[in-house]
Design a binder for this molecule. Structure first.
Ligand SMILES: [Zn+2]
Length: 1024
């Protein structure tokens, strides 16, 4: 006891420190490593560099636009490198490869060689290592994988290194997919972050559970778990230890000849801060994150202070201070051989204090979110086509789109939490990348359709146009006049691994049309009139987005069914019909104003929707096949945003959702229904108010309803920001329970007003129950399940049993005081005439018998992500496209299809000529009785006509062999470990070449082909 008290006295008084001597050069001893038995304070120097937020990525890099924020990443990297070269004990971590790559390419070979030595010695360590620190709520998992792969490949190519640690310090809540997929499956040994719910943090501090083993996947269990460290406060140093030039923390002043000598005082401060933190963690290691946003612009101002602290604190001896990195910290606590508490599920939603749920950004900038998602699917398809044709190293290629999409995943990009000019910068980059990828797609399709031609005929390659504004009925090639004998040729490319049947639609200007399939056979088609209001909208938006006047010639949508083989295309032609030919069916149009009919039925197939004409609304849902019936309600309402400007009156803004009342959108008087009917699909049009238009579609061969909404400009002239939601209400008694996806992958169980990890204090019954949705949301009772799928990231919930709610658009007039400093008030302008942004999107709903919804959610979900890619060309009169060109194509063996539970999520030719292949099992364990099973993919049939030389299984980002990673990664121990059985696919036999995938497994391969002995498709590969 006596010894113990003496030690305590020493700790408090700091008596171990020697008295000051003369003013002289001090050779600071910064060499300390870990000292067993002491509290080790790991100083981790870092700079959090957003790849766009208040300034664009390039403005941050170059230090431009500094009136907004003095931030220059070149300064950070220049000064850090020279500070590291000055003292070999100093360390620094770097995270955002988008910045590092910009800096790297402008350095001399001499400096590059020095930097490589810093990386080799571990002084400079890349962690996380994606192009950006991605958001975790609103990106799709395929985008997360792609952006991480890009950064990891850069690190591997330039430095031969593989990052070991996840560092998601700033994102606003954390997804299960981050924990297991973008953590464990990358081979990371640990993951660190700062932002979790304030109530969760308080409990974790009091129970010493800030450090956990996160088992985030129910299907993959302990085979995909990761050590996760949550910072006790934020990602800054403890108070009083910030050392950027203008920071107010006291420096150590250790020259006794000057005033304010303070070594003992500052060492006491350091020890006190260390002991406070050591109190809430389990080992004798603590990490201090030495830095924050855009710090180290003059790095020596930090390193000078840390040199002194390490020197004097270690002379003092009560605690041990060292230069460290998260990897060193991870190894140190692993060596402590602790058992760690288990965490399952995810860390959504995130509130940083009462009434401040960061659930608004799940929907912020819905137009941009839709753009990112549609280009993500396009990028997947474009890379496949690029591979079939053979990649050009010097363009056009898909690299610019890859870069733009990577930046767009940043936690202030697709999240919608950046300034307006920065959002425009991301969109511009996407558009440039898209344009270039369109060239790749067009030239690949030209080559594939011409593969039967002799090389002397190659100059006759067709030109292919694409129509990115198809969703606003703008497509010049399809709107052309075909009375002159020309025909429109449409190629529909399918990037899925299975055959698909879809109804596509294109705007056309005439009604006497005939559609033929790849074999030249006339097929059924349907014309749906385009309203004048819709045409005016098209004209306005084309002027706003393209700066040109649309011809305004489109009068109809022409709809027809396409049937497309896996990884392949089919060809359709549209021409003027001669009198002998069957023409497109002109839909019948009925408006409820005209007649006295009380109930209107739509649906030509199994699904019927019944509308009350009097009330102007949906009343019945019935599926003839499975006999599910329901009396659903589909309605819209809005929340007004809180208008406050301080903490108490927290406003709704780009990040935070803080509603102040909810108001149904009830049209004044009866809303006329316009019902359009035809052989392929029926539509119900409703103008619900001046800024909300809804079309509900029922396709003959589909058993779901598709709802297309057009919302905006949201009026704010009454002084209130508004957040628009749709609600689908049913009688299902869902008992507070619903399921939302994690980045489009695993579904996570949610219970209203409940958190598994702590007793929730409910302050915001709406915002606090919102979750991010990328794929869909569903709920169930004992007999049925209601599922809703989405076409982009949105926020949603189930606030009432049987009801699903989605937030589709938001326009707000106050900043929510989380730093962005702008209200989320998006407008679209023609010259100086600006209106609130209009958003058009879709959601899809369906009711199934209990246990049968997963098949639809997984299959349609994949189809929504990867719609058929359409390209248009022209056939001159007298030219017979069918007889001279390839009209159907599949890269796979003609008899082969991927199993229904497996998707190709990456098929890409790398610069090396090797091919990156990723296969994903689409189902969770236990999700579906037929599809939650191990399934195989036959690589020989997937790559028909190519000879596979070697298949190497890699980690998720493709930067190391999976086998090696599995041998070297740390095996953590969990408290109260349960017996569990985890299923994974087995090894790939080099002769059979069949890849097995277990539920939720994603497997990544690098494939070498033997091009010399290949035949068939590879002719194309070499000819181009
Ligand atoms: Zn950030």
């Amino acid at each position: 006891m006596e010894l113990h008290s003496l030690f305590l006295f020493a700790i408090l008084a700091g008596i171990f420190l020697p008295a000051p001597v003369d003013s002289a050069y001090v050779a600071y001893n910064t060499s300390s490593g870990i000292v067993p038995g002491k509290i080790n304070v790991h100083l981790v120097p870092h700079s959090h560099d957003d790849v766009g937020w208040l300034k664009t990525v390039d403005q941050y890099y170059a230090g431009a636009n500094n009136s907004i924020r003095g931030a220059c990443v070149q300064n950070v990297l220049d000064s850090v490198i020279s500070a590291l070269l000055d003292d070999s004990n100093r360390r620094f971590i770097y995270v955002e490869m988008a910045f590092f790559e910009r800096w790297w390419r402008q350095q001399s070979d001499v400096l590059k060689a020095k930097v490589k030595r810093l990386v080799d010695s571990g002084q400079l360590e890349f962690i996380n290592g994606g192009m950006c620190m991605h958001d975790e709520a609103t990106p799709h998992y395929i985008d997360l994988i792609d952006q991480t792969t890009l950064g990891h490949r850069f690190i591997l190519d330039e430095f031969g290194k593989k990052p070991r640690v996840g560092w998601q310090i700033d994102p606003f809540g954390h997804s299960a997919v981050q924990g297991y997929l973008l953590g464990a499956e990358l081979g990371f040994d640990s993951l660190f972050f700062a932002r979790i719910d304030y109530q969760d943090r308080a409990k974790r501090i009091s129970t010493k559970t800030l450090e956990v083993i996160w088992k985030a996947s129910r299907s993959l269990g302990s085979s995909s778990q990761i050590f996760t460290g949550i910072f006790p406060v934020h990602y800054e140093p403890p108070d009083g230890f910030n050392f950027e030039i203008n920071d107010v923390s006291d420096p150590i002043q250790d020259d006794p000849l000057l005033f304010d000598y303070n070594v003992r005082q500052r060492v006491n401060d350091f020890v006190a801060a260390a002991l406070a933190q050591a109190n809430v963690t389990r080992t004798n290691h603590i990490m201090w994150t030495m830095g924050t946003d855009f710090r180290y612009q003059y790095a020596v101002s930090w390193f000078r202070q840390m040199d002194k602290f390490i020197h004097y604190v270690n002379l003092d001896g009560r605690v041990n201070a060292l230069y460290s990195t998260p990897s060193i910290y991870t190894d140190a606590i692993f060596a402590a051989k602790e058992k760690w508490p288990l965490k399952t599920g995810d860390f959504f939603p995130y509130a940083d204090r009462e009434n401040a749920y960061w659930t608004g950004y799940f929907t912020s900038r819905p137009g941009f979110k839709g753009y990112v998602r549609s280009l993500s699917g396009y990028y997947l398809a474009a890379r496949q086509l690029e591979f079939f044709k053979g990649r050009y190293s010097t363009g056009p290629n898909t690299d610019a789109l890859a870069d733009a999409l990577a930046l767009a995943q940043h936690h202030d990009a697709v999240s919608g939490t950046q300034r307006q000019h920065v959002a425009a910068d991301y969109a511009l980059r996407l558009s440039i990348g898209h344009k270039e990828a369109e060239k790749v797609v067009a030239s690949s399709l030209a080559a594939l359709t011409s593969s039967r031609l002799k090389s002397t005929q190659m100059d006759s390659n067709p030109e292919f146009q694409q129509c990115p504004l198809l969703n606003i009925s703008y497509c010049p090639p399809s709107e052309a006049n075909f009375t002159n004998g020309k025909s429109l040729v449409i190629i529909a490319y399918n990037s899925l691994g299975w055959k698909r049947e879809d109804v596509i639609r294109i705007p056309v200007s005439s009604e006497n049309l005939v559609v033929r399939d790849s074999a030249g056979k006339e097929i059924e088609s349907q014309l749906l009139p385009i309203s004048n209001i819709s045409l005016l909208t098209t004209e306005y938006l084309v002027k706003a987005y393209l700066g040109i006047s649309a011809s305004g010639s489109a009068r109809y949508w022409l709809a027809f069914s396409v049937s497309v083989p896996p990884l392949g295309f089919s060809t359709y032609t549209v021409s003027s019909s001669k009198s002998t030919e069957s023409r497109s069916f002109v839909s019948t149009v009925y408006t409820s104003e005209e007649g006295s009919v009380e109930n209107l039925e739509v649906g030509q197939g199994d699904l019927k929707l019944l509308y009350s004409a009097n009330e102007g609304r949906l009343t019945h849902y019935a599926n003839k096949r499975n006999l599910v019936t329901e009396l659903p309600e589909l309605s819209y309402s809005y929340y007004t945003g809180y208008n406050g400007t301080d903490r108490v009156f927290q406003a709704s803004g780009a990040y935070v959702f803080r509603p102040n009342g909810t108001f149904p959108i009830e049209p004044k008087g009866q809303v006329p229904l316009a019902v359009i009917r035809g052989p392929l699909l029926d539509e119900v049009h409703q103008q619900l108010n001046a800024w909300l238009y809804q079309v509900t579609r029922v396709y003959k061969d589909k058993e779901h309803a598709e709802v297309e909404f057009t919302i905006g400009p949201i009026p704010v002239d009454d002084g209130y920001g508004k957040e628009i939601v749709t609600k689908i209400s049913t009688a299902l008694s869902s008992n507070k329970t619903f399921y939302t996806d994690s980045n489009g992958r695993d579904f996570i169980k949610r219970i209203r007003d409940y958190r598994a990890d702590w007793d929730l204090d409910v302050h915001q019954p709406v915002a606090g129950n919102y979750y991010p949705i990328n794929l869909g949301i569903y709920l169930a009772d004992e007999t049925r399940e209601l599922s809703v799928l989405v076409d982009r990231a949105v926020g949603g919930s189930s606030l009432v049993d049987g009801q699903i709610e989605l937030m589709l658009h938001r326009r707000l007039i106050n900043d929510d005081t989380r730093g962005v400093g702008e209200a989320l008030n998006e407008t679209v302008c023609v010259l100086d005439d600006c209106k609130g942004l209009m958003v058009r999107g879709k959601f899809y709903f369906r009711i199934d018998p209990l246990g049968e919804g997963a098949k639809w959610r997984r299959t349609l979900g994949q189809e929504i992500y990867s719609p058929p890619l359409l390209a248009f060309s022209e056939e001159e009169e007298g030219y017979n496209w069918k007889s001279s060109r390839t009209t159907t194509f599949s890269a796979m063996d003609q008899s082969y299809s991927l199993p229904n539970n497996i998707a190709v999520i990456t098929l890409q030719e790398l610069q090396s000529g090797k091919v990156l292949l990723r296969l994903a099992h689409l189902y969770e364990a236990g999700e579906d009785k037929d599809y939650s099973v191990v399934s195989g993919v036959e690589l020989k049939k997937l790559f028909s006509g190519k000879k596979i030389k070697k298949v190497t299984e890699m980690t998720l980002s493709g930067n190391q062999e999976r086998k090696k990673m599995e041998k070297s990664r740390l095996e953590w121990k969990v408290e109260d470990e349960d017996e569990e059985k985890v299923v994974r696919g087995g090894g790939v036999d080099p002769v059979k070449l069949v890849v097995e995938l277990a539920p939720m497994e994603i497997r990544t391969f690098i494939i070498d082909f033997d091009y010399l002995s290949s035949h068939g498709d590879s002719d194309i590969h070499h000819r181009l």
